[in-house]
Design a protein around this ligand. Structure first.
Ligand code: SF4
Ligand code: SF4
Length: 300
């Protein structure tokens, strides 16, 4: 079993990209494997709760499964006086309320389970029930490493509570590596907000650049330092590199476009496990990340 004690100098990295399919998982699993092989105590968190796929790269046994629930309100129409207090207290527009028609109901897709409406109701018309949102699966890989997979139930609107639970479950390690969900919406923000450093993975194409700019702007508003890995380098154009230079964002690594590499990866293999040069390459990536993080800390 991996150790369950919190090391003093924990370092957390989120690997993210503005859209899916840019190589975010490729970087995450290779970096994880390379560092795990050096004996570091590391936890990988698959935060892409809608479509987690990190597990397919590892032979691992399920050591724990935790179901994640949310308390949601249930309105008793017989007890409701249609005063509207719950509607006013709800910041998420999750209560449908038309007093003239004596209509009120909870819009569960928008409900965040905050409990404000239950607190607001003075007529005892609101009770709560537990809704299953998904699960956190823990896979033990070695005495130093484990994978924490967030997975939401089909039909659940927000993955945030489940991925938060996965990050919390993984917190006792020297290095926390989070494979972030694609995009720049709430699940992305929730993941990167807890990171010391964010690795943005992009491709050297106009689409890649456009998504990269969005991610960089979002991270700037949060204040988390970031660097960039360019995947499929050699394809496309040089605009991404010009942008990095202009914004003084560190280029952490170039991963060349290579059919052999793509074939390995699509076959569920990790190049850092198959080839010592790739393993060294990802260990070097970690060294650069730490160096850049140190530089950014000195500038703040
Ligand atoms: S629990 Fe919170 S989000 Fe859900 S309906 Fe009540 S006030 Fe709105
Ligand atoms: S606060 Fe209670 S009584 Fe008032 S509208 Fe909401 S459920 Fe009905």
């Amino acid at each position: 079993m991996y150790k369950n004690t919190k090391p003093e100098n924990q370092f957390s990295i989120a690997v993210a990209s503005g859209k899916g399919g840019t190589g975010k998982t490729f970087v995450s699993v290779n970096l994880f494997h390379a560092l795990e092989q050096t004996g570091l105590n590391i936890h990988l968190v698959d935060c892409d709760a809608e479509a987690p796929n990190d597990k397919m790269f590892f032979e691992a046994r399920l050591s724990k499964q935790e179901e994640i629930f949310q308390q949601v309100p249930v309105i008793n129409l017989q007890a409701c006086t249609f005063c509207g207090r719950c509607y006013e207290y709800c910041h998420y527009n999750a209560i449908f309320f038309v007093p003239e028609l004596k209509k009120i109901s909870v819009l569960y897709d928008f409900c965040h389970g905050c409990g404000a409406c239950t607190y607001a109701c003075r007529d005892g018309a609101i009770t709560e029930r537990k809704d299953l949102l998904g699960e956190v699966n823990t896979y033990t890989l070695s005495k130093n490493s484990a994978l924490f997979e967030s997975r939401i139930k089909v039909g659940v609107h927000s993955s945030v509570p489940v991925l938060k639970a996965a990050i919390k479950a993984a917190r006792e390690a020297e290095i926390i590596l989070m494979d972030a969900p694609p995009g720049t919406s709430c699940p992305f923000i929730q993941t990167v907000a807890g990171a010391d450093y964010v690795v943005l993975v992009t491709e050297p194409t106009p689409f890649g650049l456009s998504d990269l700019k969005q991610s960089v702007d979002t991270l700037a508003s949060i204040g988390t330092p970031c660097g960039v890995v360019v995947n499929k380098a050699g394809l496309g154009d040089r605009e991404v590199y010009a942008y990095l230079e202009e914004k003084q964002i560190p280029l952490l690594m170039d991963i060349p476009f290579d059919k052999g590499l793509a074939a390995l990866y699509s076959g569920g293999k990790i190049p850092a496990r198959e080839d010592p040069l790739w393993k060294e390459g990802f260990i070097e990536l970690y060294r650069i990340i730490k160096e850049q993080y140190g530089n950014s800390s000195r500038q703040r």
